[in-house]
Design a protein around this ligand. Structure first.
Ligand code: CAO
Length: 416
């Protein structure tokens, strides 16, 4: 069966994580993604954090599956000529160079439009165009700090904390993919391409919108009732770090289970959903709390929420996180074990659903990667190994009309 994005050709001028995550997603869904890399070295992640010497690092392989690789020095006249030919016959160019790099290479938006008026040029930058920091180069944690994630994560008595989730990188790539698909849809109606841009700061902020909600509530009423600082602690005029508190209307916390003294992940996340109070009381052996006015409403519980969590922890002390969840699920209580990466890697459900897949790589052999989190009823997303550096250079050049002699000459001059 044909894949939804079959026929869409993408020049993948991306590197590291934010851009490659975007183009990888589009490649999974059928786009022909040609990764353009500098001859000799390629994407820096090919050699960063290697676990096998002389084989592409997992950092690269896990972000570049289903793509083709073309080596091209786009600062040489021949390299520029190849890129121009590619632009003429492609639908999308995705890039996440430092600010101004594409212009300095000679591929301004005006030039690209001239070559192909239907072209969609999609960019990731650290900050948006016109922003007072627009000249800055940005990596993951820089974006998490600039986008509001760090100031609102961690504990109130510790420093701002970044998340292990790639909120700045992969998240920005996912936003960009949505932008590209939107621009392609628009092009179907107008025939015209356009520029699509997502800044890492904006993509992080978009995921922090509940914290902007909280800032405005704090400005108005001076406290935030779902934060651990309420009602016994103090608020200032900025949204505080709330530790592991639930971010919505349901109080929640990470609670210790059997074995927490030696296993750093022997915990569950426990949520006290308002209408689930009676089942919670039954589950944890406190039926007397069901009709006790000191506990019946969320408001009544608020000032003793940590005593309630302590009671639940006492109930949890002889149960593993898996045993606890197996009991609590019968009571319809929103909860989950805190899973380590090792547990996730071996999770049979994630393997069965294709969310974690094993793929083959010419140099590495088999490796695990994260498969498509988006599931379709009419398509199974197949994940293939990432390309070796320049693996598809000759076939791409041939398809652009270059003769074998010209290709040999380009290799000799290191243009490819
Ligand atoms: N042929 C010739 N030159 C090439 C090339 C190719 N195939 N590919 C890249 N280059 C050149 C660029 O043109 C640029 O040259 P100039 O600076 O001389 O114009 C040069 O390589 C360096 O590019 P860069 O600025 O993108 O790379 P860097 O390693 O210095 O910075 C990063 C990396 C990620 C900080 C920067 O690209 C950036 O801020 N990108 C935008 C934000 C982003 O995506 N960050 C997330 C990265 S994932 O954590």
């Amino acid at each position: 069966m044909s894949k939804p994005l079959e026929g869409i050709k993408i020049i993948d001028f991306t590197h590291v994580q934010a851009g490659p995550a975007c183009t990888q997603l589009l490649a999974w869904f059928g786009a022909d993604v040609i990764k353009v890399e500098r001859p000799g070295s390629g994407d820096v992640t090919r050699s960063q954090l290697r676990d096998i010497s002389n084989a592409d690092a997992l950092y690269f392989t896990m972000l570049n599956s289903n793509k083709r690789s073309l080596t091209l020095d786009t600062k040489t006249p021949q390299g520029k000529e190849v890129l121009e030919k590619l632009i003429k016959e492609s639908d999308v160019m995705v890039e996440n160079f430092g600010p101004g790099a594409l212009d300095r290479m000679g591929f301004t938006w005006e030039r690209i439009k001239e070559l192909n008026p239907g072209m969609i040029v999609a960019s990731v930058k650290g900050f948006s165009e016109g922003h007072h920091y627009e000249d800055l180069k940005v990596y993951e944690n820089v974006a998490q700090c600039a986008g509001g994630a760090a100031s609102t994560s961690g504990f109130w008595d510790g420093p701002p904390t970044v998340s292990g989730a790639a909120l700045g990188d992969s998240n920005t790539g996912m936003h960009l993919a949505i932008g590209i698909l939107t621009a392609l849809h628009q092009r179907n109606k107008t025939g015209k391409g356009q520029k699509v841009a997502v800044s890492m700061q904006d993509a992080v902020l978009n995921l922090c919108r509940v914290k902007l909600r909280d800032q405005q509530r704090l400005d108005r009423v001076g406290y935030l009732e779902e934060y651990p600082q309420y009602p016994h602690g103090k608020f200032t005029d900025v949204v505080p770090r709330g530790g592991n508190a639930g971010g919505g209307g349901q109080p929640g916390w990470v609670l210790k289970c059997k074995g927490w003294e030696t296993d750093p992940n022997a915990y569950i996340y426990f949520t006290i959903q308002g209408h689930a109070w009676p089942p919670i009381c039954k589950a944890i052996g406190k039926p007397e709390w069901i009709n006790d006015p000191a506990y019946t409403t969320a408001q009544a519980r608020q000032d003793k929420i940590f005593d309630i969590f302590a009671t639940i922890e006492d109930w949890l002390k002889d149960k593993t996180k898996f045993e606890a969840v197996d009991i609590l699920r019968k009571f319809d209580i929103p909860c989950a074990p805190v899973l380590s990466m090792k547990e996730l890697a071996n999770d049979p459900s994630l393997r069965a659903s294709g969310s974690i897949v094993e793929v083959d790589h010419k140099e590495r052999g088999k490796y695990l990667t994260v498969g498509s989190p988006i599931k379709f009823s009419d398509m199974t997303v197949e994940i293939t190994g990432s390309p070796l550096l320049g693996e598809h250079t000759d076939e791409v050049l041939e398809s652009l009309g270059y003769t074998p002699e010209q290709i040999t000459e380009m290799h000799a001059s290191r243009a490819v």
